[in-house]
Write a protein that binds this ligand. Structure first.
Ligand code: ATP
Length: 447
């Protein structure tokens, strides 16, 4: 990459970080104390966007189907879970130190890291001298109860999936689902990443949206292909550009020991192609390990089969914070208008934090009253925003930058014929519409 191309990508991330702060999407955590490395807080618009992303995932994966059940399991789990799952032994990343700059890096991601002393270079480019790689376990440890000894050690979950596996029998029995069926869960996960970074791309506390689909072992390939297709369609429906999405197949070197096949959906970030979600065929590894360690029979049987068997699991594992960053990057756009650079955040109306702004053209002649009435009618059904302060152009610009897809303006003509203008953020078209049709219009666009 030449210098000016590099600068452009860095600029883009910097601009997105700054927009997030300015508009209330994401703030550094504990900022008044100088921040906490790799931790971030979601502001008013960020909290709303995150909630909309989770709702969209939940609707797609559970409510729109009848073969997936939801779950909300606890973050703290029996220490035996992590022994059975292999996390105590294997949930490690290779870590190395640079003897020159004293930086500590993940050995398999040096090309994405920044040298501690010369941040414009990767550790590979700065002539450092590395120690041997050693394995570092990524699970956060704490103590349960008042005693702080080895017997009280407990881990914060590094993935939500294990909560699903240990509840397989519970959910099967209470929901009376038959194979093939899935269990979906959204929740926090914690990883003591060696090199977090790229804003909210890799953090130490994050949220996952995971679904585990239990199938007969003879049908694993069919369902694996099915879920690959479903998951890619999901991102297209979320409004991501097709040419910024691709599949990456895990080859023999990076395939996890328990997986039969694994593909990542990758997105083209300003810092390169990176994983957004993994779709994995985990075989019967997880259930067989939990069966072995717990002594509970996790096998499945119903009258269609001749014998009991351990289901295979097809997993779809997405990051919520990473999806949020993806939609921000995908939607960030700068347009030159009359010598000014204007920023547009082109979020899909489905997930945009504010669906519409209600704006009286001027603060007189009865316009604020009509606009306020419309706002009150829509509030509760949609997240709408009322704004009467400043020139209309500036109010439009603020909404464009906040990602609001529609601006509804009450003007002089509204008082005569009960119509308003409905400005579309992306086409900039501004047709008139009957006041009493606005609710229907929004329901159709954002539903
Ligand atoms: P990597 O190898 O990059 O560390 P991974 O392959 O271990 O990641 P998974 O365990 O498959 O990641 O996690 C599933 C999803 O959870 C990822 O695709 C990503 O969206 C999200 N995720 C994982 N780790 C993090 C993190 N540290 N910060 C934010 N999101 C994460």
């Amino acid at each position: 990459m030449n210098k000016s191309a590099k600068k452009k990508t860095d600029d883009r991330m910097e601009k997105i970080v700054s927009l997030c702060k300015r508009r209330g999407y994401v703030y550094p955590s504990s900022e008044i104390y100088g921040g906490l490395n790799s931790c971030w807080d979601y502001g008013p618009l960020g909290a709303e966007l995150k909630r909309n992303i989770k709702t969209f995932w939940w609707e797609t994966m559970t409510n729109r189907r009848d073969d997936i059940e939801g779950l909300d399991s606890s973050i703290l789990m029996s220490p035996k879970v992590w022994e059975a799952s292999g996390h105590i032994e294997n949930f490690t990343d290779p870590m190395i130190d640079c003897k020159v700059c004293k930086g500590r890096y993940r050995a398999d991601q040096l090309e994405h890291a920044r040298c501690m002393k010369k941040p414009s270079k990767t550790p590979l480019q700065c002539d450092g001298e590395f120690t041997e790689a050693r394995n570092f376990n990524l699970m956060f440890k704490t103590f349960m109860g008042p005693l702080e000894d080895e017997s009280a050690v407990i881990h914060l979950r590094p993935e939500t999936a294990q909560g699903i596996y240990v509840n397989f029998l519970n959910v099967k029995n209470s929901s009376r689902q038959k194979i093939p069926f899935g269990i979906a869960q959204i929740g926090k996960a914690f990883r003591n990443e060696i090199t977090p970074g790229n804003f909210i791309f890799r953090t130490r506390e994050f949220e996952q949206m995971e679904m585990q689909f239990f199938v007969h072992p003879d049908e694993d390939q069919k369902w694996f292909e099915y879920w690959m297709e479903q998951r890619m369609n999901y991102y297209l429906e979320l409004g991501l550009d097709k040419d910024k999405l691709r599949w990456h197949e895990h080859g023999p070197d990076d395939l996890a020991h328990y997986a039969k096949a694994a593909y990542d959906i990758e997105f083209l970030f300003p810092f390169g192609w990176q994983e957004l979600e993994g779709v994995h065929n985990r075989t019967d590894f997880d259930l067989s390990r939990h069966m072995e360690h717990s002594g509970k029979d996790m096998r499945y049987f119903d009258e269609r089969f001749t014998e009991k068997f351990l289901p295979y699991i097809i997993e779809t594992s997405a990051g919520c914070d990473r999806t949020l960053l993806t939609v921000l990057v995908n939607g960030y756009d700068e347009v030159e208008i009359k010598g000014d650079t204007r920023v547009f955040l082109r979020l899909s109306p489905k997930i945009a934090p504010i669906k519409a702004a209600i704006l009286p053209l001027v603060k007189k002649d009865g316009m604020p009253e009509v606009a306020d009435k419309l706002y009150r009618e829509l509030r509760g059904k949609f997240k709408v925003f009322y704004d009467h302060a400043g020139a209309i152009g500036r109010r439009y610009a603020r909404m464009d930058e906040a990602g609001t897809p529609y601006c509804i303006t009450v003007d002089g003509q509204t008082l005569e014929d009960q119509t308003v203008t409905v400005r579309d953020r992306d086409t900039m078209e501004n047709p008139r519409m009957a006041l009493d049709k606005v609710g229907e219009f929004l329901a159709e666009k954002v539903g």
